[in-house]
Design a protein around this ligand. Structure first.
Ligand code: 5AD
Ligand code: SF4
Length: 476
């Protein structure tokens, strides 16, 4: 029997504790889950407490300078604990995984002797072997192997899937060939690759059988998906969504993160035609000035973005649009920044992330002169964030009084409450109706009337009786 098909009950009893601390994007969060699945096979139980762990993995992010700096301060803290544990006769393995490991693996080994093991995001399926090697000498693996790592990772069993809730990630695409001039992703995650259609569908089916109701397809450039189909032809993301829509019990589909250039007609049409594809699109634009977009090597103009959004809205008028922005890109003038503000005012976003430009080693923009002074970046960031917050509040306020289907995911913050997500990815809290329990509501979708707008969530009351038809629950 292959490792992958071995039933969960046969996994060895947990003997050691592992703590995985993850930084960065959803892809990294998902990688952390898959590492935990792999380690479970090796007899590790995961713990939230780093102090007691026999193995600590820092799953790092390299996207901005601050994210990368955190790694060294974390290692400093862990080194102290490692020494304390050594005095108690306990061994602690410190591993650095993720994108900083990929970009600076050798340097980490030199600068931080407490680190035993370095593993990149494309080779963590080899963790068990690396852990064995790390016992005798330091181990490093930052290859970009040809094989699909997911084919070498154990699929999580039902229990593990259920523990993570009814909304789950599924990686379908990795890496990027776009080379935006600010971005490290092509260096840390490598060239763009898509997983096979059949592998994706098989994984989705297994997740749904365990009780998953919503799947978020992940990729650094997910709408560039071009996986080989069972018939040998190349499938795009729209075709993959159409096939996933056929899986009964799978109620909601989402995807992140996308590039405007890959927003093809078929994907836009999918937003009109596939009821399971949620009315939500995260489409980073980064800037509203054509001069800056060109310097960023985004390969589209601000008006192209406006045109795409107009088409998407025509296909699905209620869709929530979110985005990413960088302020203070080298050479960005006040007029350029005003173009960004104008674009934001025109589009009207449901939410957005915005960042100060941060030069990243190896990227084209980092070599450019004309850096924008820090205080100018700060002022622009504040102005943009204030505008986005205004739009986000307006978007949420428009939900007041509406009835919307909510997928319940976990107990609410207060007793007697349940928390879930609206189709527009808003957090919604609702009171648990008499006769219902948290455990029976989780994994079910019910209509909720939104009655209150709170700072980070909406509050409402369940109006549809949560009937047998919805009684998906998390399968036992
Ligand atoms: N500086 C600031 N922000 C960046 N991002 C990516 N690279 C940088 C950088 N060098 C932002 C982009 C991207 C998001 C994931 O992070 O907005 O869409
Ligand atoms: Fe950070 Fe990018 Fe790596 Fe995600 S892929 S962890 S955002 S550097």
């Amino acid at each position: 029997m292959s490792d992958k098909t071995r039933p969960e009950s046969e996994t060895p009893a947990p003997r050691r504790l592992a703590h995985i601390k993850s930084f960065g994007c959803q892809m990294n969060a998902h990688d952390a889950e898959r590492m935990a699945d792999l380690l479970a096979r090796e007899g590790y139980e995961t713990t939230d407490a780093p102090d007691n762990a026999d193995l600590v993995i820092l799953n790092t992010c390299h996207i901005r300078e601050k994210a990368a700096e955190k790694v060294y301060s974390e290692i400093g803290r862990l080194r102290v604990r490692k020494e304390e544990r050594a005095a108690e006769g306990k061994e602690t393995v410190i591993a650095v995984a993720g994108c900083v490991a990929q970009a600076e693996g050798g340097e980490i080994m030199r600068r931080a002797p407490a680190v035993d093991l370095v593993v990149g995001p494309q080779s963590y399926h080899r963790l068990p072997d690396l852990l064995k090697s790390a016992r005798s000498a330091k181990a490093i693996d930052i290859d970009f192997p040809d094989e699909d790592k997911f084919e070498h990772l154990p699929l999580p069993g039902k229990k593990r899937i259920m523990a993570r809730g009814p909304s789950a990630f599924l990686t379908v695409q990795e890496g990027c060939d776009k080379f935006c001039s600010f971005c490290v992703v092509p260096f840390t995650r490598g060239a763009e690759t898509s997983r096979l259609v059949e592998a994706v569908i098989a994984e989705a089916r297994q997740m749904v059988e365990a009780g998953v109701r919503e799947i978020m397809l992940l990729g650094q450039n997910v709408n560039a998906y071009h996986g080989a189909g069972p018939d040998g032809s190349v499938w795009d993301l729209a075709r993959l969504f159409a096939a996933l829509s056929e899986i009964s019990g799978l109620e909601r589909l989402r995807y992140a993160t996308s590039h405007p250039r890959d927003m093809n007609e078929a994907l836009i049409a999918a937003h009109r035609d596939l009821p399971k594809l949620m009315p939500y699109l995260h489409l980073p634009v980064q800037a509203g000035s054509d001069r800056v977009l060109k310097a960023m090597n985004r390969k589209h103009k601000a008006d192209d973005y406006r045109a795409i959004i107009a088409k998407v809205r025509e296909a699905r008028p209620d869709i929530a649009i979110t985005s990413d922005f960088i302020v203070g890109f080298p050479g960005e003038t006040d007029a350029d920044f005003e173009d960004t503000m104008r674009l934001v005012r025109e589009i009207g976003f449901a939410a957005a992330y915005s960042f100060k430009y941060s030069p990243r080693p190896g990227t084209k923009a980092a070599e450019a002169g004309d850096m924008v002074p820090e205080e100018v970046k700060t002022a622009r960031l504040h102005a943009l964030q204030a505008l986005i917050l205004e739009q986000q509040t307006a978007f949420n306020r428009a939900s007041l009084g509406q009835i919307m289907p909510v997928l319940f995911e976990k107990p609410g913050r207060h007793a007697g409450q349940i928390a879930g997500k609206s189709p527009y990815l808003q957090a919604v809290h609702a009171d648990i109706p008499r006769g219902e329990e948290v455990s029976s509501l989780i994994g079910r979708i019910a209509d909720v009337r939104i009655t209150e707008l709170r700072s980070n969530s909406l509050h409402g009351e369940i109006v549809s009786p949560v009937g047998e038809a919805d009684r998906g629950g998390m399968a036992a």
